[in-house]
Design a binder for this molecule. Structure first.
Ligand code: URA
Length: 187
């Protein structure tokens, strides 16, 4: 196991040992920590696990995940080339939106994950993920535009689950996604 993998494992253990969001932990099947390469240039951050993610213990493995995999393929990448995680790491009951205190409880651990991986670009998926890092922006205006904030480059994108069945949002997400290779080269 690489040093970075070990450091990520330590963060995962800390979440469990510190009993972060115990009510969510009880209602969920398991912690969904993250998936992919600790050496990745790109980290994708969603909102919280859904049913499939909760069952498999991996982020973005349901319909939204399939769409994300397809978009990665469009730019010549596989899941194993990138790192994928969520703000909140337990499935909220009935897929409700995570509460602000739940996002706040997990954010320090998400920041630690980013400190270990040190990606070139943090790609936020959806409004919740964007607001954690880029407060005050509107996703309808800022999607697809890279933003440098406190030394880190972010790319806010629409959430694949929101865009999946919405023709125009779906195309916008694909168009925004296709900008990633050029942004990577420039970063
Ligand atoms: N939606 C998310 O925000 N995260 C997942 O892991 C799956 C769906």
């Amino acid at each position: 196991m690489s040093k970075k993998d070990q450091q990520l494992e330590k963060i995962k253990t800390d979440i469990l040992q510190q009993k972060i969001c115990p009510e969510l932990a009880v209602s969920a099947t398991q912690l969904v920590f993250g998936d992919g390469s600790a050496e990745a240039d790109l980290v994708f951050i969603g909102e919280a696990p859904g049913k499939n993610e909760d069952e498999q213990g991996l982020p973005f493995v349901g319909a939204a995940g399939k769409f994300l995999n397809e978009m990665l393929e469009l730019i010549g990448l596989k899941r194993t080339d990138v790192y994928i995680t969520n703000i909140v790491k337990y499935r909220p009951p009935e897929n409700r939106d995570p509460y602000p205190d739940e996002k706040a409880a997990f954010l320090p651990f998400l920041r630690l994950q980013l400190d270990v991986i040190k990606p070139k670009i943090v790609v936020t998926l959806g409004r919740h993920s964007m607001e954690c890092f880029l407060p005050g922006l509107q996703i309808s205006k800022s999607h697809g535009q890279p933003k440098r904030y406190k030394g880190q480059v972010y790319l806010p994108l629409f959430h694949p689950a929101a865009a999946l069945y919405n023709g125009s949002m779906r195309q916008t997400l694909i168009d925004d996604f296709m900008k990633i290779p050029r942004i990577l080269v420039k970063t």
